[in-house]
Design a protein around this ligand. Structure first.
Ligand SMILES: Cc1cc2nc3c(=O)[nH]c(=O)nc-3n(C[C@H](O)[C@H](O)[C@H](O)COP(=O)(O)O)c2cc1C
Length: 197
């Protein structure tokens, strides 16, 4: 697919052009365009996402596939006091990185006791995190799935009240898009696919 200069403009005209079509769209962007053009961004505008928009993204994540409908994902939206605690636990260098994005959402997994279900819960939580990023991108926002070691350590976990039973999955950075980003190369599909006879 040729890269569009601005996928949002391209896709909104696509949606307009296909009004009445039975194809599903993801807000202003069709699913394939959203999947191909979502990028990891590390620069954001300063404004936090409005709460209604955060709620909208997290509500979409509810639709992630999850075996036995365990809904294992947990989201913690970082407020100003939690951010201060996290920065204090991070130290100066780590703290500066936490200021990159105006909205931070901690994604964790509360797995069921059974190891197999627990593994499936972890997969489902990753899908839920991806839904948040994809839906943010479809709304013209920038996102970044970050996994700072801090949130695997007792001090970082305590700063955001992550209980022992929950596995840290990602610290999602969200905010207004500042700049386009080139897509990193992907290995060809043949490298990762085997057709079994
Ligand atoms: C589970 C997971 C953890 C990640 N953790 C980090 C991270 O800690 N730091 C980082 O720079 N990128 C992190 N990323 C983002 C990847 O580096 C990024 O997706 C990859 O470079 C491809 O770029 P793209 O997202 O723009 O396609 C993570 C992605 C995933 C799925």
């Amino acid at each position: 697919m040729p890269a569009a200069a601005s996928p949002w403009e391209a896709s909104s005209s696509w949606v307009a052009a296909s009004a009445g079509s039975r194809r599903y769209t993801l807000d202003r962007m069709d699913v394939e365009t959203a999947i191909r053009t979502r990028r990891t961004h590390k620069a954001f505008g300063p404004e936090p996402l409005p709460r209604e928009q955060i709620d909208e993204l997290l509500e979409l994540a509810r639709w992630a596939p999850n075996h036995n409908l365990t809904a294992p994902w947990r989201f913690r939206v970082v407020g100003p006091r939690a951010l201060e605690r996290l920065k204090a636990a991070a130290g100066p260098e780590g703290a500066a990185k936490l200021d990159r994005a105006p909205t931070l959402v901690i994604v964790s997994c509360a797995p069921a006791g059974d190891p197999v279900q627990g593994e499936e819960d972890l997969h489902a939580t990753a899908v839920a995190a991806y839904i948040v990023l994809l839906a943010a991108h479809a709304r013209g926002l920038a996102g970044y799935w970050r996994t700072p070691g801090l949130l695997r350590e007792p001090a970082g976990r305590a700063a955001v009240a992550l209980p022992d039973g929950e596995r840290f999955v990602g610290l999602l950075h969200l905010g207004a898009l500042r700049q386009e980003k080139a897509a990193p190369e992907r290995p060809p599909v043949e490298q990762t696919t085997t057709y079994l006879d």
